[in-house]
Design a protein around this ligand. Sequence first.
Ligand SMILES: [Zn+2]
Length: 181
Amino acid sequence: MLGETRNRPLSCTLFNTVTEAALDFSMIYNAMSINENVEFGARVFSTVVNGVTQFYYTTPFRGTHNSILPLAIPVRGTVASLHTHGAFMERYGAGSNNFSQEDLRWLHGDYLYVATPIGSLLRYTRSTGIIDTVSTLIPSDPNDPRRLNQVSPDGISGPTTNAIRPSWVILSPWIAYFTRW
Ligand SMILES: [Zn+2]
């Protein structure tokens, strides 16, 4: 079972696989994440259309330059959690190019995906504990010395929202505990 069926926003795009949804998210939001140096996150849910299971992601929300705390809130039926790691930052080095321990501990769903500044999209499969590379062709940060491709983040924009960022997230003392997750 891949999560429960639930009502979806009328306007959202449906995908045949979770990975296709994650790639679509990454092409838009990794670019924005690099340009603005904030993390973006979204959840993937399944729905059944004419007997066929399909997937969609929720309107992404904005974290900080090193956290995506709203994704730690459990939401029933979450199939996967998607997030980005912002722009290249010297102090995080290669750490930005993989899941953090906080990602694996706090994010929800059978699959976790992270889009990195070097232009890779990684997937963690909870049932096996395996991390694999889904793509190295998503937008990357020109300032990152480890950059894997020449896909520019320039000129890509999408809907932005702070709708799911309550003020307690910003004020929470937890935030001091998390670094780039
Ligand atoms: Zn992370």
